[in-house]
Design a protein around this ligand. Sequence first.
Ligand code: HEM
Length: 153
Amino acid sequence: MITITGIIVLALIAYFAKEFITGGMSISNPLENSTTDSAPIVEGRFTPLSLAKFNGTDDPKILIAVKGKVYDVSNGASFYGPGGPYENFAGRDASRGLAKNSFELDCLTPTDQPIDQLKNLTADEIESLDGWEQHFEGKYPLVGTLHENGDSI
Ligand code: HEM
């Protein structure tokens, strides 16, 4: 004889089975660590120009370059998304700004100019940048690298 508890248990099993089948509870790919619906980027090769569209507006995905590596920071949209405190970094090479602890536009190299080689940073600024690199490395998926030109996506 089926009890109320039995019906509840069956309903819960049916619910979780449906969630699992429709993807709601599936184990996610770590590179798919994005709050957006757009497809994950895996090891893309970016130029400053091709990176620029990933600013949370032109494309919902938000990417940031730090020391030549490109991270998907979409999960940090409250920081980097439109209206966020660090939105200037979205779609850009943030290295100099992170080194100098500034999110001002004058720390960002225009996208049609050569990539900042970060030659004239002080020891403190290099240390600060390296600290931020660790932060991004530990928190966000690495999705590509930044190049002067070449195949861009
Ligand atoms: C008025 C001064 C500032 C305040 C009060 C402030 C506050 C904060 C807070 C509360 C967090 C979140 C920390 C956490 O939960 O992990 C954060 C993260 C961060 N801040 Fe600031 N900040 C300031 C200035 C700056 C400046 C000038 C920069 C420029 C480089 C900056 C870059 C960042 C970055 C990159 C993160 C990490 C966001 C992430 O995890 O993706 N902040 N800040």
